[in-house]
Design a protein around this ligand. Structure first.
Ligand code: SF4
Length: 63
């Protein structure tokens, strides 16, 4: 499973970073960076929580 962001929707609220900082990070310009590649199995549940928590609906999971 992978997670991606629509940068046109993300407003850098940071809820996703708070939930899963191993995958999500806000850079110095407040642009969301997502770690490349497949999520570890233990990261899938928190990634799903981050998708639900994002107030802009900017995150998507894919297989
Ligand atoms: S929670 Fe949503 S709006 Fe906030 S930084 Fe993450 S993707 Fe962007």
């Amino acid at each position: 499973m992978k997670v991606g962001v629509d940068p046109s929707l993300c407003e850098a609220h940071g809820e996703c970073v708070a939930i899963l900082p191993e995958v999500f990070d806000l850079d110095d310009d407040e642009v969301l960076q997502i770690r490349e590649g497949e999520l570890a199995s233990a990261e899938e549940a928190p990634a799903q929580r981050a998708v639900v928590a994002c107030p802009k609906g900017a995150l998507r999971l894919s297989r």
